[in-house]
Write a protein that binds this ligand. Structure first.
Ligand code: CO
Length: 436
């Protein structure tokens, strides 16, 4: 898939994936359509590896693979790792508060949210809901309200003359979205509204629930993704970090020729440190790899033999140099939007990589005609990190951190280049097909 079609499909995927659980469900649908076989961790897996399969954990993490035509012991496996979650506001268990005649959601921040851009947005709610059906059976379903149902209004500048001079935002007291103007004596029953939304089938997945018992719900911006710029050279959307990488890796795996073992691992909980059963520091990836290598009957040392022949690209967006804040970058490491994938390096292993893996990637870019560029943090700024070093440490697998450049990381609306997804797609497909 190239250029315009890739961008259209990417933006459509992001719009239909307001939560990690929706992203995984939409990815599973694409994989099924492409002939990948669904597997479940709770089942006994077939003795013979299937040609192409996928498995999820806790609804928010996904692994999909092609087995290839050669032994994993002979040539290892090529992986692309991404994450499915993005910083956002989540609704707390005690979901609402009543204040000054309004009903407001009681929210907490998930991950490193850039708070200012959440004001003055038409917000909707999506997530997963668990409850019981009419027979008392426990079940879960996804829900997406789709319509704007909440709003966090700015305070007028007349009431805060210092607003443009570095105002701090208190996430406990200043971020509650307004959702209802309550009538006299009216109280707000969010569980009833949730139930109606699910059972109306509108945005719910059509699973009837008799009673809601629990949920994981977040707020998102209803403004659709868009192409921006006089020549359409940018794409603006929520969750570009990191559904852009997730979608491109998924498409690359689907397009790979299937000759060689290749895999994508899309983890939840990266934005909160990855320490969870389905996060990059959990057992999901090692468990799936162990089950795949067990099908080869290679003996007790099969796993480390496979791992040491494998290589993972950890793909997560990078910071493009912002023309208004260029000093925030090292002068010699200033990635540009549409300048091709960025190789991230950090001497202190906040990003994974070695001269060998960088050389392989450069060679891959040269062979596929894709430009590439470099990122390294200023020495006087704390460096970010991602799933790359964590996965390298957990599995002992060689990993290289790369990603496309973007502006406004962790904003509710981020900006990336419209040519970079195709660049990334070309080199990840070439990586899976072992052009290098
Ligand atoms: Co990220």
């Amino acid at each position: 898939m190239k250029g315009a079609a890739l961008i259209d499909n990417l933006l459509n995927f992001i719009q239909r994936s307001p939560t990690p659980w929706h992203a995984v469900e939409n990815a599973c649908r694409l994989l099924t359509d492409a002939g990948f076989q669904p597997l479940r961790e709770t089942d006994r897996w077939p003795a013979q590896a299937c040609e192409a399969g996928f498995v999820t954990r806790d609804d928010g993490s996904l692994i999909a693979f092609r087995s290839g035509r050669r032994s994993l012991l002979d040539e290892g496996i090529r992986l692309a790792g991404t994450h499915t979650d993005s910083p956002c506001l989540r609704i707390r268990r005690q979901s609402t508060r009543q204040n000054q005649g309004y009903a407001q959601f009681n929210v907490e921040t998930y991950g490193g949210v850039l708070l200012h851009p959440w004001y003055d947005r038409d917000l909707s709610i999506a997530g997963r809901v668990s409850g019981v059906d009419a027979n008392g059976q426990l079940l879960s379903t996804l829900v997406d309200f789709r319509d704007p149902v909440a709003f966090i209004p700015s305070l007028a500048i007349h009431l805060d003359r210092e607003a443009n001079k570095g105002r701090n935002i208190n996430p406990q007291t200043e971020l509650s979205p307004v959702t209802l103007r309550l009538g006299e004596g009216e109280s707000f029953d969010f569980e009833r509204i949730l139930l109606e939304q699910i059972n109306a089938g509108e945005g719910g997945e059509g699973t009837p629930i008799a009673r809601v018992l629990s949920w994981d719900l977040l707020l998102y911006d209803t403004q659709p993704p868009a192409r921006v710029g006089l020549r359409g050279e940018f794409i603006a959307s929520a969750r570009l970090d990191n559904l852009l990488s997730t979608y491109v890796a998924l498409r690359a795996l689907i397009s790979a020729d299937g000759e060689h073992a290749s895999m994508i691992v899309c983890n939840d909980h990266e934005e909160v440190g990855s320490v969870s059963a389905s996060g990059a520091r959990g057992t999901f990836l090692s468990s799936v790899l162990q089950r795949l290598i067990a099908q080869e009957d290679g003996g007790a040392d099969a796993f480390p033999r496979m791992i040491q022949q494998s290589l993972m690209l950890s793909i997560d967006n990078s910071h493009g140099v912002h023309p208004n804040f260029a000093d925030k970058h090292d002068r010699e490491h200033r990635p540009l939007l549409n300048g091709g994938p960025v190789v991230k390096s950090n001497a202190n292993q906040r990003y994974a990589g070695s001269s060998a893996s960088v050389a392989l990637f450069r060679s891959l870019c040269e062979q596929t005609g894709v430009p590439c560029q470099w990122f390294a943090n200023r020495a006087d700024l704390a460096c970010g990190s991602t799933i790359g070093p964590l996965t390298a440490a957990e599995l002992g697998i060689p990993v290289l951190d790369i990603g496309v450049a973007q502006f406004g990381m962790h904003s509710i609306r981020e900006l990336a280049g419209s040519e970079d997804p195709a660049h990334l797609f070309t080199c990840v497909t070439g990586f899976f097909n072992r052009l290098v």
